[in-house]
Design a protein around this ligand. Structure first.
Ligand SMILES: C[S@@+](CC[C@H](N)C(=O)[O-])C[C@H]1O[C@@H](n2cnc3c(N)ncnc32)[C@H](O)[C@@H]1O
Ligand code: SF4
Length: 339
């Protein structure tokens, strides 16, 4: 990593006065699953030569941290399937977590490799992780993920909790597929000390189904939950799209990520780095800055200038809409931008 070059320490503030303090890093576009809402069956992945090296990822994270990023989330694709991923986590942890430069290093994972890595993640300073889980029914799990095994993921979640990681479950609400499982999932999560966040399907990339057939508004879900439970909004704000409710009967919390039925952009504090070094300032817009080219062509000064450009380009909000036969809002899949 380039440690001698001088980087700017100017805070990252966009044209709307929002401070960028949260960086999500997709470390690979590859995955061992092919979830129906995320990928097509015959996904073609990027050649490995196009993917940033660990050194380059460290360089980019370093530039962001110097300019005020306090939280880094690794995602993908499936971050834990990238070869030697633990070496990268070791490096980021030593560079920034152990030194107190960031408050949090975390991960979003499908859980398939968690049993193998959970203890080491805790040793490296991770405190909580997000695990995606859309159903507790083994057959349905196999159908949604096209190649995942539920027992493997449940083992991973157990290992994570035993190692001391707080686990938040992410569940994409899919009409006619898992909408009847939201209550059982919430009861299971809360009785095992886990939070649950429901995600509205977003129109990212072409998938096999027409998304208007599977899109379920979380407003409907919340109304249905309110018939059985006492929901109280809680103030927890992450600068992200989730809004949280306390459930009196279970003493747990449930989050709602509602990009389509609620606009969350005014408090957005995040940007996303793809595994090829493209920086997207918004999940639902196509504007991007090529950090890999900036870094390779002009070194640290180029990288800094690219971050300044990114702040000017960060849009006010997204334009998601799901209507029958409408094209995806953006062509890239979630696995490319990083969820
Ligand atoms: C792209 S995945 C990457 C990390 C990891 N593979 C996982 O599944 O947790 C991150 C999150 O994005 C969600 N996701 C993928 N495609 C989506 C879509 N079209 N709309 C909403 N959420 C989506 C997944 O359910 C997951 O919770
Ligand atoms: S949601 Fe995560 S686990 Fe599922 S295909 Fe996408 S990247 Fe893989």
């Amino acid at each position: 990593m380039n440690t001698t070059a001088s980087y700017s320490q100017r805070p990252l503030v966009d044209s709307f006065g929002r401070h960028v303090t949260y960086l999500r890093v997709s470390v690979t576009d590859r995955c061992d699953f092919r979830c129906t809402y995320c990928m097509s069956e015959d996904m073609v992945f990027l050649p490995k030569s196009e993917v940033l090296s660990f050194e380059e990822i460290r360089e980019v994270i370093g530039a962001f941290v110097r300019r005020g990023v306090r939280k880094v989330r690794l995602t993908g694709g499936e971050p834990l399937v990238r070869r030697d991923i633990i070496k990268l986590i070791e490096a980021i942890s030593a560079d920034h977590l152990a030194t107190g430069q960031i408050d949090e290093l975390t991960l979003t994972t499908n859980g398939s490799q968690l049993a193998k890595h959970a203890v080491r993640l805790v040793e490296l300073g991770m405190k909580r992780i997000n695990v995606s889980l859309d159903t507790l029914d083994a057959d349905k799990f196999a159908a949604i993920t096209r190649r995942g095994r539920l027992d493997q993921v449940l083992d991973g979640i157990r290992a994570a909790r035993e190692a001391g990681l707080a686990v938040k479950l992410n569940m994409v609400a899919i009409k006619g597929v898992n909408e009847n499982e939201i209550v059982p999932m919430m009861e299971w999560a809360h009785s095992n000390g886990m939070e649950l966040t429901l995600i509205e399907e977003m129109p990212l990339g072409e998938v096999s189904a027409d998304r208007s057939d599977t899109h379920l508004s979380l407003r409907t879900v919340r109304d249905r939950l309110a018939e059985r439970y006492t929901l109280t909004p809680i103030a927890k704000r992450t600068g992200g799209p989730a809004r949280y409710m306390q459930i009196a009967e279970t003493s747990g919390t449930i989050g709602f990520i509602t990009p389509l039925s609620h606009n969350f952009c005014e408090s957005c504090n995040r940007v996303r780095l793809t595994c090829t070094g493209q920086l997207y300032m918004c999940l639902g817009q196509d504007d991007k800055v090529d950090l890999r080219a900036a870094m390779r062509d002009s070194g640290p000064a180029g990288l800094d200038a690219a971050l300044d450009r990114a702040m000017i380009l960060k849009p006010k909000g997204h334009d998601f809409v799901i209507e029958r036969r409408s094209a995806p809002a953006v062509e890239r899949h979630m696995s490319v931008t990083g969820g």
